[in-house]
Design a binder for this molecule. Sequence first.
Ligand SMILES: NC(=O)c1ccc[n+]([C@@H]2O[C@H](COP(=O)([O-])OP(=O)(O)OC[C@H]3O[C@@H](n4cnc5c(N)ncnc54)[C@H](OP(=O)(O)O)[C@@H]3O)[C@@H](O)[C@H]2O)c1
Length: 301
Amino acid sequence: MTSGAGAPPRVLLVGGGGGLVGRAVLRELAPSFRIRSVHRSPVPAEAAAGVEWVPGDVASVRDFDPLLEGVDAIVNLAWYRWESPQRFRALYEGLSRLLEASARHTSVRIVHVSVPAAPTSLETGLPYLTYKRRLDRELAASGLSYRILRPTLLFGPGDRLLTVMLRLMATYHLFPMFGDGCYHVSPLSTADLARVVRQEIEGTGNGTVDLGGPERWVYRDLTDRMFSALRRTPRYVGMGERTALFVARLVVGAGSKLIYPYEVEWLMSDLLGLPAYRGLATPLEEVGPFLDRIANQQAQV
Ligand SMILES: NC(=O)c1ccc[n+]([C@@H]2O[C@H](COP(=O)([O-])OP(=O)(O)OC[C@H]3O[C@@H](n4cnc5c(N)ncnc54)[C@H](OP(=O)(O)O)[C@@H]3O)[C@@H](O)[C@H]2O)c1
C-alpha cells in the first residue's frame, strides 16, 4: 500500500488518535499519510502535524461512509480505561458500525489495537474486555484485510503507568507492592508499537499478534530499577491480593484514575510478560533509559 512518486498521499482514518498510543502513531505516520483523526477532545499536536481532527464520539456516529471517503487504511485505538457497561457497549456498537461500513470499501485495511489475554474472570465478567473481545471477533470474521495487535503494558511520554508510578515513588519514597511481586511484565514502547502499526498498514496478512517489549522483567525487579533511577533505596508497603483490590476500589471510589481493580488483578495474574516482538528491523527500546529520563525530569521539577 505504498504511494508511487507523484501519487496523492494515502488517507488514513484514525479512531482514538489523541491518546498515549495515538500520539506515537501520529508522530510515526503523519509524514507519509493524510490523516483524518476522530476523537472527542482537541489535541494541539495534531494540528501542528497537519492532521485533520474530526471532533466526534465514535459511539454516536451513525453513518461512517463520509468519514471513509477516499480512506486507504484505518487504525483503531479508541477505547476507555474505565467506564460504565453502557458506555462500553455504545462504543463497541459504534466501532461495529465502522466495521460494517468498511466492508463496503473493500480496499480498506484495518489495524486494530486490542489487549492481550487476561484472567478468565476478567475476560468473561469485565465490560472493558467482553465488548473488546466481541469487536475483535467481529473484525476477524468481517472478511476485511486486518491485523489485531495486542501489546502488553506500554511506556512512552505521558504514559499513565510507569511515569505515574515513578512520580509517586519520587514523592513518597515508598510504593505499594501487590503480593510477592514475582509476576512478570515486558514493557513495550509506544514508539515501537507505532512502528509495528506502520508495518501492519503496509502488510497484507490477517490475524492477531501479541507484542511484548525486549526484556521480561520480574515486576519487583522493575520497581527496584525505578527506585534506582531515582537514586533511592526501594521501600515497599506490602499487601496481599485482597487488600490490593480493596485499596484499588477505595482509590476508584475517591474519584482517582491512579489504578483500577482489574489492572491489579491482570498484573498479578502473570499474563503480561509477553515474549519480545520480533518483527521489526530495528531493536526494541529498553525501558531502563526511559525510566532514567523521567527520573531526571522529575529531579528538575
Ligand atoms: N496504555 C496501555 O498500556 C495499553 C496497553 C495495551 C493495549 N492498549 C490499548 O491501546 C489502545 C489505545 O490506548 P491508549 O493508552 O492510547 O488510550 P488513551 O490514552 O486513553 O487514548 C484513547 C483514545 O481514544 C479516544 N476515545 C475514547 N473514547 C472515544 C470515543 N467514544 N469516541 C472517539 N474517541 C474516543 C480518546 O480521545 P478523546 O477522549 O478525545 O475522545 C483517546 O484519543 C486502547 O485500545 C487500549 O486498550 C493500551
